[in-house]
Design a protein around this ligand. Structure first.
Ligand SMILES: Nc1ncnc2c1ncn2[C@@H]1O[C@H](COP(=O)(O)OP(=O)(O)OP(=O)(O)O)[C@@H](O)[C@H]1O
Length: 264
């Protein structure tokens, strides 16, 4: 197993007016190249904080975070993030939004034609070639999210970091994009770390599900391997006893073993 991301005894605290808040404590996690890992846990347990530490948007206050064997000292083009709310620039077309990221990563060493080719290829990968000249306000929420994914993929990152990428979408669009993401990951062999609240999404997409305990001082409570064969078909899986077992394990962790204090 070739390790790509390593979190070693990682802790994160925030100092504010009301004193110190310990968000994460003793988080240990190794993610292999080509793995799809989901982070699941109750609201506020620190999932986004873990993702932001891998992205380099936050630096750990304890322990060490590594990407490709090097300490993560800030954001880098090897780790692209897709947020829940697409964060596209409204004055640029879908093509322009993707192209901007491509230029930033490859602009210094590639020709204009090569940059345009990368942009076209990323839009084609998410099925959006037809909407290339549209502006964000002219396309649906699902399409905006696909542009965000195209923008991240166009950077040819080593790791794709997804923070509830489909959280704001309706159930059908969400299912469609999950299937698309599975296809893209199968073709590109990307390493993916995804934050989600959705148990079915986690089981359907992941190789491993990292289940987090409640904060403060949240940590990894358990890690569930998802040995379901790929490609995965959501309809066939719905009736699969192994799928049901995995789903029940995550639900048991969230609602029995680590129920939120106010819900217990
Ligand atoms: N910059 C910050 N300053 C102070 N506290 C913070 C900061 N960022 C996060 N926290 C706190 O750390 C904890 C973890 O936050 P985080 O956003 O990682 O949780 P989460 O599991 O992603 O939540 P959700 O599922 O609701 O998005 C929360 O209690 C949050 O209030």
């Amino acid at each position: 197993m070739e390790r790509y991301v390593e979190l070693d005894q990682v802790g994160m605290h925030f100092d504010g007016k009301k004193g110190r808040f310990v968000a994460l404590k003793d988080v240990n996690l190794t993610i292999a190249r080509g793995e799809f890992v989901s982070l699941i846990g109750h609201s506020g347990c620190g999932k986004s904080t873990v993702l932001n530490l891998i992205a380099g948007l936050l630096l750990p206050t304890d322990g060490i975070a590594l990407a490709n064997g090097r300490e993560i000292a800030g954001p880098g083009p090897d780790r692209a993030v897709v947020f829940q709310n697409h964060s596209l620039l409204p004055w640029l077309s879908c093509w322009g939004n993707v192209h901007l990221a491509v230029e930033r990563v490859f602009g210094a060493r590639e020709t204009l034609a090569q940059l345009a080719e990368r942009t076209d290829a990323a839009l084609a990968l998410v099925g959006l070639s037809h909407a290339r000249d549209k502006h964000p306000h002219e396309v649906s929420g699902g399409m905006k999210q696909r542009v965000g994914i195209a923008r991240a993929l166009a950077m040819a990152p080593k790791v794709l970091l997804l923070d509830e990428p489909f959280g704001a979408l309706d159930a059908l669009t969400r299912a469609h994009l999950q299937d698309e993401l599975m296809g893209i990951v199968a073709n590109t062999g990307s390493t993916v770390v995804m934050v989600t609240h959705d148990v079915d999404e986690a089981v359907l997409l992941s190789d491993r599900i990292v289940m987090m305990s409640n904060g403060p001082a949240a940590t990894i409570g358990d890690i569930l391997e998802v040995p379901l064969a790929r490609p995965r078909d959501r309809l066939a899986l719905a009736a699969d006893p192994e799928y049901q077992r995995l789903r029940a394990e995550v639900l048991d962790f969230l609602y029995r073993r680590h129920a939120r204090p106010e819900a217990a």
